[in-house]
Design a protein around this ligand. Structure first.
Ligand SMILES: [Fe+2]
Ligand SMILES: [Fe+2]
Length: 224
């Protein structure tokens, strides 16, 4: 067995990133809630720990070749990976999703009034994320790479964790307003693209926050 119920969910994803999709499927938070032990996470979600362990083992063993272990990357490469895989993705995805959202809310808002609440929720999330990415790239990451000042690192890490919690709450609200991203049978193509885009963005943000909270932050939290 690769895992046991006493391991934290963040550690499980760190060791085998493929397990993230098992946690996504069962709505177990492995990014902001990464320090929670698997047993406790399953109990909170009303899930059978043994069944989840089995699903995790299967997911991890599906890997063909040994995985590139991101937790061993030097900090400069880890930060570059975060920017190129996750920040760049968000900067491309957010305007597209917002444009689709505006169209779907105006065309179908009468048929599904939840879309009218979804639109400002998505805009607010995108605004928060845009500021958050800029703060990481302009202040936090350069300070981490330069090794200081310690006060700036401590302040910016605290603010990063706080932002991540707010983003997590916004994503849960968006998922609820979007009915778990299930498109009604009358939904048009833009509606489908919007919901699949929102689901993809949610999964990407979970991995992104996992890298920042569970890989990057522990390298500096003790020193700051
Ligand atoms: Fe980030
Ligand atoms: Fe972040």
């Amino acid at each position: 067995m690769l895992f046991d119920e006493q391991m934290t969910v963040g550690d499980i994803v760190l060791r085998h990133p493929e397990t993230a999709r098992v946690f996504e499927r069962h709505r177990i938070d492995f990014c902001c809630g990464g320090q929670v032990r698997l047993a406790q996470a399953c109990e909170r979600a009303g899930l059978d720990g043994a069944a989840i362990l089995e699903a995790l083992e299967i997911a991890a063993k599906e890997i063909g070749a040994p995985r590139h272990d991101v937790s061993k990357l030097p900090t400069a490469s880890l930060i570059a990976t975060i920017i190129h895989q996750h920040h760049d993705y968000l900067r491309e995805a957010m305007p597209r999703i917002q444009a689709q959202m505006a169209k779907v809310a105006s065309v179908h808002g009468e048929h599904n009034p939840k879309l009218r609440s979804l639109e400002p929720a998505v805009s607010e999330l995108c605004e928060t994320l845009a500021k958050h990415l800029d703060a990481e790239e302009r202040v936090l990451f350069p300070a981490l790479l330069a090794g200081g000042p310690a006060l700036v690192i401590a302040r910016e890490l605290a603010s990063m964790v706080e932002d991540h919690l707010a983003v997590g709450a916004a994503l849960r609200n968006i998922r609820a307003l979007a009915d778990d991203f299930v498109v009604p049978e009358w939904g048009c193509t833009t509606y489908r693209l919007l919901f699949s885009g929102l689901a993809e963005m949610e999964a990407d943000i979970h991995l992104h926050v996992h890298l920042e909270n569970n890989v990057l932050l522990p390298r500096f939290a003790k020193a700051s």
